[in-house]
Design a protein around this ligand. Structure first.
Ligand SMILES: *Cc1c(COP(=O)(O)O)cnc(C)c1O
Ligand code: SF4
Length: 356
């Protein structure tokens, strides 16, 4: 037994996650990086293995699959930054991760030596200073929590100095895949800012005792925790697995935030469900599972057009303020709007919502 990560095919064979390294797998390994942490090996579950152990199916590249599936490149004003929405940006603080997920939407670049230089960081900070409409910085990568607490602390200090930045958000898989990294030094580096953490996790077996401990340390330190998961065929595309995952997250003080439809990264079609399958699953959860445990099912529109909810339509407009509403059991009800003058045509955004 070793506590080191498995970083290639022979490691995976040695560590008991793969029977043998075939020629086809060698070909996969030449194209896409491999990394599985000891914590994820110890989970010892087929639903976890399938996320990190390569298969020959990755050699099947479908014509619709893309190098840059969510169109980040088109929205990069300075290296290391993606600015697609007016009020928030993504800061790619590193390209490396503790694990390499076989379905990763950034699998073409993830793992390259992309840690930002001081000059690149200066350019990012001055872009942020010049754009007071930006209220939130999302640190992602790669995985921002592979940076040392010292480095992270320095970055946080610089971000905190920008008065218009209200929130610093982390997108990370570390609390689950490398829970030992959630140390007092790291928690100290996060202090002093409004910090949200969105934890990427896809299967209930990932929530090991160690991972639950790391989530508890973060929650006890006052860091609000959310989750994002990817809907993965054969791994979590059934109501029981998703229910166990979302219940497990809630139990550990993590609010399920997004369930992503699997992006069009190259060699990932074996992981992708149809949108209709995803909607059927979400409908099955509604009513069966506490509302606070239900994430929004979203698609990142290929080409860089942003994320949209894929939630099935529960409200169908019949015109003249009349609606047909479907409940969680599939029964249909009438609903009437009040007879106000119609509001301006703001109906494209959140028409089913009654406010914030
Ligand atoms: C996903 C994403 C965000 C965050 O979107 P939220 O809906 O606020 O979680 C921000 N910027 C970019 C470029 C993104 O891809
Ligand atoms: S942790 Fe996230 S960025 Fe890293 S390989 Fe997995 S999906 Fe990609």
């Amino acid at each position: 037994m070793t506590s080191r990560a498995s970083e290639n095919l022979s490691d995976l064979v040695r560590d008991g996650r793969l029977p043998e390294a075939t020629a086809e797998l060698e070909e996969v390994a030449q194209q896409f990086r491999i990394r599985m942490t000891a914590a994820m090996r110890d989970a010892a579950d087929p639903g976890v293995d399938a996320q990190f152990v390569p298969t020959p199916a990755e050699l099947t590249i479908r014509p619709e699959e893309l190098h840059d599936p969510i169109g980040d490149d088109a929205y990069s004003p300075v290296h290391g930054l993606t600015h697609r929405y007016p009020d928030r940006v993504i800061l790619h603080s590193t390209q490396t991760c503790e694990v390499y997920c076989r379905f990763c939407f950034r699998r073409e670049t993830v793992g390259e030596d992309g840690t930002l230089t001081e000059a690149e960081l200066d350019a990012i900070l001055s872009y942020l200073a010049d754009h007071p409409q930006i209220h939130e910085v999302i640190l992602t990568g790669g995985d921002p929590l592979v940076l040392s607490p010292r480095r992270l602390g320095r970055l946080m200090t610089r971000l905190r100095a920008l008065p218009h930045l209200e929130v610093i958000r982390f997108h990370t898989r570390v609390p689950v895949v490398a829970p030992h990294r959630i140390t007092p030094e790291l928690l100290e580096a996060l202090r002093g800012s409004t910090t949200y953490m969105v934890v990427h996790t896809n299967h209930p077996a990932e929530l090991t005792e160690e991972a639950r401990g790391a989530l508890a340390r973060l929650a006890d330190a006052g860091v609000p925790l959310l989750s994002q998961s990817v809907l993965l065929r054969g791994i979590n595309d059934d109501a029981d697995t998703l229910t166990a995952l979302f219940r497990g997250l809630i139990r550990n003080r993590v609010k399920p935030y997004y369930l992503h439809h699997c992006d069009l990264a190259r060699g990932t079609s074996h992981f992708r469900t149809t949108i209709a399958e995803g909607q059927t699953l979400m409908a099955a959860l509604r009513g069966q599972l506490s509302g606070i445990a239900i994430p929004t099912y979203v698609l990142d529109i290929p080409g860089g057009y942003g994320k949209v909810p894929l939630t099935a339509d529960y409200a169908q407009s019949l015109g003249a303020g009349r609606w047909r509403i479907t409940d969680w059991q599939g029964n249909v009800h009438d609903y009437h709007d009040p007879d106000h003058q119609p509001l301006d045509t703001n109906s494209e955004h959140g028409q089913n919502k009654s406010g914030t």
